[in-house]
Ligand binder design. Sequence first.
Ligand code: TYM
Length: 336
Amino acid sequence: MENQAQERKKIIFSGIQPSGQITLGNYLGAVRNWTQLQEEYRCIYSIVNMHAITVRQDPAQLRQRTLEAYALILACGIDPEKSIAFIQSHVKEHAEANWALACYTQFGELSRMTQFKDKSAKNPDNINAGLFTYPVLMAGDILLYQTDLVPVGLDQKQHLELARDVAIRFNGQHGNTFVVPDGYFPKVGAKIASLQDPTKKMSKSDPNPRGCVYILDPPETILKKFKSAVTDSEAQVAYREGKDGINNLMTIYSCVTGETFEQIEKDFSGKGYGDFKAAVGQAVADHLAPIRDQYARLMADKAYLESCYRAGAQKASRIAGRTLEKVYKKIGFLPQ
Ligand code: TYM
């Protein structure tokens, strides 16, 4: 019976790049929701190190960051017994799916990807083919697991739509092969903005280091970053158009305390921005403290981490292998 219930559960897949420290944007837009979905769904989460090499990485640092990112998602609450948590390069099917699906993706579609345009503008001396075909690798990640829902932040919406289009195209040509996935965006927090330029998304590539908060920042750093957050001259804590800085702070506060915007407006009515910024900083620091502690414990136990990611890769590979076999058959590859 229990097995049957497990079978009927919808499948969730998502990934995060180990290309730097995990930011508060990654956490509130994605990872925090991953943990909440574990009870209801069959969840599969990956540290997508193959995506990370579309920009130059130092090999030793990439290895270290991959392990750190893995430990951090567990510290955030991903339970490797309940969910499958693995490292992308350990599951060879991702590279294979990438090639097969690339032949079902159009040059024109990839040319329209805004992240490709942004990233190639930022790295003009390394506009490699991987950067261009990145969304195909991502489509493979998702489609290999017959994923129903993909919890991501808004910046991944266009990539997700491409994955859907590729699935629909392949199914149209070869008959039902892939589940066509839907995006799953948080109601609050799908786009956390930079603290220094609230018209831009919070990102580790923020030119101003105070714009981006990291999950592992010490509490003093978090408080300082929030104190220097850019706001407006109105001195009224209210969620309204044109108040990007305050809207962002209210969003962050709401995510970590569970308070509604109405409650926040009431609680801070008549108070200055200084008080509000300090309160948001404190709430974020308090929320992240247990994650930091758990991360330190996990990083001190490399053998445990290794056993988790090995087991995760085995489970992932079994599922991905089944899909890839089906794909190869439909394409017309002669079986061995
Ligand atoms: P990545 O590593 O850039 O980001 C990981 C997740 O964090 C979300 N995110 C944000 N959400 C809200 N506000 C922000 N400021 C913010 N910054 C980042 C992202 O939307 C993402 O959900 N291509 C993906 C990784 C990937 C993937 C996949 C995701 C590879 N394969 C398959 C889902 C399914 C990426 O670069 O995410």
